[in-house]
Write a protein of this length. Structure first.
Length: 434
């Protein structure tokens, strides 16, 4: 496979490291050999990168790769190809597969498929409870001790709503510095919910999904995490009230981290007026005030990182009436562009901030070795090069993902990943898979 050909010397010339001054970076084998100006390397492949921004390879804490079980929507191979195109060098694969990733056997299978893909490292997430059913703890220790070395556990797609189970899970993972990533959704408050509860849901007559369904679970969980002295990560934060609770928990010094998706940084529930299920997602698109609060929280660090919640679905599960449609959007191939549009071009975050929120911090939360490292001699050459001046219209026909359910079809977005390097090997060259 071309993506696994031998790495060689590559000289990236004149790229703006984290958006700073132009710099040359020499990659030799799997590592960064040298950085400086006026570097020469006879025989090296030269990438002329004037005007481009060099970032540490992006890390996603929240990707649905769908294998095993739903290979019609995505496989580890197609999902990691999409990740590479999006500038990612590592993704965390969510556990809501068929069978559920709740045993050492399944997480090892996903981990092996990731290694074979060669496009992007795959770190499996283990389920918190058997079958995501919320009743009995899964084999957390065995998944951690497996070859996959699982450190993040999540029932994502479902909430661990039983407080005793959540407490036990938080206590259990302390032994190996693990973290519980909670999908905060109070199930009784969201029965029949179809979209954000508010003015638009009232007008459209669709079942409302109140902000309090998310906020009440986050409030309980930060208290539980503090009580047992463990690590909590909050998945896809979507409301201004959730931000306030997380800010309060952090001010107490509790070990709480949080993510926001690109779509919650840009889109609102006004889009649901179209009744186009491409906008149907869990948690639902919220209001303009929520979007503003989420952007501010990502900028000030209350929300630690951006995570895609890449949720591929085949067209038959999305091209149907709103009520019957599956929830979720693909996101790997557009995430960096949406973050540039919402955070960088608005002046809320500089490129060093993007490196922090999309690489350093997610890698630190996942305790992921070899990723989220500074671009410096001796470090693994996991790198992303992007052209921030590029403007393009999103066309899902060209996606590497097996699914097309993007809310950005036809929308102009800035920026394009030109090159991605995984341990010195180019997985993307000139915007195309190597
Ligand atoms: N985020 C989504 O809208 N969908 C996710 C799981 C989920 O429901 O959270 C999926 O797996 O499709």
């Amino acid at each position: 496979m071309s993506a696994t050909s031998e790495p060689k010397k590559t000289l990236i010339r004149g790229a703006r490291l984290l958006g700073g001054e132009p710099l040359d970076v020499l990659i030799d084998g799997g590592t960064v050999a040298e950085t400086g100006t006026g570097l020469n390397a006879p025989g090296a492949t030269v990438v002329e990168a004037a005007g481009q921004v060099l970032l540490p390879g992006l890390v996603d804490l929240h990707t649905h790769l769908r294998e095993p079980g739903r290979e019609d929507s995505e496989t580890v191979l197609t999902g990691t190809r999409a990740a590479a195109v999006g500038g990612y060098t590592a993704v965390h694969a969510m556990a809501n597969t068929f069978p559920v990733a709740d045993t050492a056997g399944v997480v090892e299978q996903v981990w092996r498929l990731g290694r074979e893909s060669g496009y992007c490292d795959v770190q499996p997430v283990g389920a918190v409870t058997v079958g995501l059913e919320g009743k009995q703890l899964a084999e957390l220790g065995a998944m951690h001790d497996s070859a996959a070395g699982v450190r993040i556990f999540s029932d994502d797609g479902k909430c661990v709503d039983d407080a005793v189970i959540m407490r036990r899970a938080l206590e259990y993972v302390k032994a190996f510095d693990g973290v519980i990533a909670q999908h905060a959704q109070e199930p009784r408050l969201t029965e029949g919910a179809q979209m954000n509860e508010g003015v638009v849901s009232a007008e459209l007559g669709l079942g409302g999904w109140p902000a309090v369904a998310e906020e009440s679970v986050i409030a309980r969980d930060v208290l539980l995490a503090a009580h047992v002295g463990s690590r909590l990560h909050v998945c896809h934060v979507s409301t201004a009230g959730s931000v306030e609770i997380i800010r309060w928990a952090k001010s107490k010094g509790w070990n709480v981290t949080a993510e926001v998706t690109p779509h919650h940084l840009l889109l609102t529930d006004e889009l649901v007026r179209s009744y186009d299920p491409v906008y149907k997602v869990n948690p639902p698109l919220r209001t303009e005030a929520d979007v503003t609060a989420l952007r501010a929280a990502l900028a000030d660090g209350t929300i630690d990182c951006v995570a895609t919640d890449h949720a591929p679905h085949p067209h038959e599960d999305k091209d149907c009436e709103w009520g019957a449609a599956a929830m979720g959007m693909v996101g790997l191939e557009t995430a960096l562009s949406v973050v540039q549009h919402t955070m960088v071009d608005t002046g809320l975050l500089d490129w060093a901030g993007v490196a922090d929120r999309m690489s350093f911090r997610p890698a630190a939360i996942g305790r992921l070795h070899g990723h989220g490292r500074p671009v410096a001699p001796g470090e693994p050459a996991n790198l992303t090069l992007l052209d921030p001046a590029y403007r393009g219209v999103v066309d899902p026909a060209g996606f590497a993902s097996r699914s097309r359910n993007t809310p950005y079809q036809g929308r102009e977005l800035p920026g394009r990943v030109t090159h991605t390097f995984l341990r010195g090997r180019a997985t993307v060259v000139d915007g195309k898979l190597a």
